[in-house]
Design a protein around this ligand. Structure first.
Ligand code: NI
Length: 196
């Protein structure tokens, strides 16, 4: 997410999503009869569950699980000199996500200045838990953006829609969630206690 998105990069996803939507609605319409809104509702619920799959619980461990059962000591210590700590990974992913889902201009400007990681490690356990809360609530905000074709179609940059940016955000999250799991495996905290 260090570079601004370009429309051409994401044209495929945009086309895929809307073609799928049109197909589902088109197939449902002849069977709709008087209740023509129901296939549309069902189709959109299906699309929303795909977004939940991308953001919350699909393809790899639930994001809540990836971030659970960690102590302050474990999240602030990088596993090697070249590595980011778990706290740094999540801080970075969260800032990026918050910028996308809240359209926060202040955070966007600091990101543009190259401030992609925290300046210092967390001192209090609460800093970590607040960061986890911000990240998980950001996932729900992403789903709110995905809750209607109108919201997904909002143009956030020339030729770039919110839907385009959300797909990119899901990939970015996956990259950093995977890095966090890798660090957890290295330091012997994966899976979280009590989970398989
Ligand atoms: Ni990144």
């Amino acid at each position: 997410m260090d570079d601004r998105l370009t429309g051409t990069d994401y044209a495929f996803w945009d086309t895929w999503l809307y073609t799928l939507l049109c197909l589902v609605i088109g197939l449902g319409a002849p069977m709709a009869g008087k209740h023509s809104s129901r296939p549309l509702d069902c189709a959109w619920e299906g699309i929303l569950s795909k977004w939940r799959h991308l953001f919350v619980d699909g393809e790899y461990a639930r994001r809540e699980k990836v971030l659970s059962g960690l102590t302050l000591e474990q999240v602030k210590r990088p596993p090697s000199e070249q590595s980011h700590s778990i706290y740094e990974e999540l801080w970075h992913a969260t800032r990026c996500q918050t910028i996308v889902v809240t359209r926060d201009e202040g955070w966007y400007e600091s990101w543009q200045r190259g401030e992609h990681y925290p300046i210092h490690p967390p001192v209090e356990e609460e800093e970590w838990s607040a960061l986890v809360t911000e990240f998980l609530s950001g996932l729900e905000k992403a789903l709110e953006w995905a809750s209607s074709p109108e919201k997904l179609g909002v143009e956030v940059d020339t030729g770039v829609t919110m839907g385009d940016v959300l797909h990119s955000l899901a990939v970015h999250n996956a990259y950093h969630m995977g890095k966090i799991v890798a660090v957890r495996q290295l330091i012997g905290t994966w899976p979280p206690a009590g989970e398989s």
